[in-house]
Design a binder for this molecule. Structure first.
Ligand code: S3P
Length: 182
């Protein structure tokens, strides 16, 4: 094999996907394997702002959050050798997905999950998630996730790779990503 045919990961791996798709868990694992740093964008925002993301939503509102999210995304996209787990909404606001897909240092991966899997996972941690914490009725909850995912898919589908995660453990998802990279 010629040397220029050997594929190597670019210096930034960006994980995108709906809430509950495991971006942070998978991202941390992947960073260890690649020997990259790891940044969870929500965590980064909350450290910079000095309050948890849920409180930013409650106290300052979603528009404020989205502005900060876009600002801090630009900061983390300047890092090197880093896996970045985005928030579920990050690719869908401002020109964030363009910044990701037009950046030649970035490989983006969409962790794709079914509505059922996401709903089941999210129901258990609904209270910590400002966008879904108000939906009490179980059917309305699944319906919300389905519609919301559909609206967002346009952005998620712009990722370089899509990995289906239903029925897979973290290790298998990380191996699937590795297979795409090497
Ligand atoms: C959001 C997802 C959250 C967080 C915020 C908004 C969204 O991140 O950024 O609550 O719009 O989907 P996770 O996907 O990490 O839960």
């Amino acid at each position: 094999m010629f040397i220029n045919q050997i594929k190597a990961p670019k210096s930034l791996m960006v994980l995108i996907g709906y809430m509950g798709s495991g971006k942070s868990t998978v991202g941390l694992q992947l960073s260890k394997i690649l020997n990259f740093g790891f940044v969870d964008l929500d965590q980064y925002i909350s450290e910079k702002e000095g309050i948890p993301v849920s409180e930013i939503f409650n106290k300052k509102g979603e528009i404020y959050f989205r502005k900060k999210e876009s600002l801090y995304l630009k900061e983390v996209l300047l890092l090197e050798k880093t896996v970045i787990a985005l928030g579920g909404g990050t690719p869908c606001y401002a020109n964030n997905m363009d910044l990701i897909s037009q950046n030649e240092h970035v490989t983006s991966v969409y962790l794709k999950a079914s509505i059922q899997l996401l709903s089941n996972r999210l129901k258990m941690e609904q209270m910590h998630r400002p966008l879904i914490s108000h939906i009490k009725d179980p059917e309305a909850f699944v319906e919300f996730v389905g519609k919301h995912l559909f609206e967002r898919s346009h952005f998620y589908n712009q990722a370089d790779f899509t990995i289906s995660i239903d029925g897979k453990e973290t290790e298998e998802i990380v191996s699937d990503i590795e297979r795409q990279l090497f």
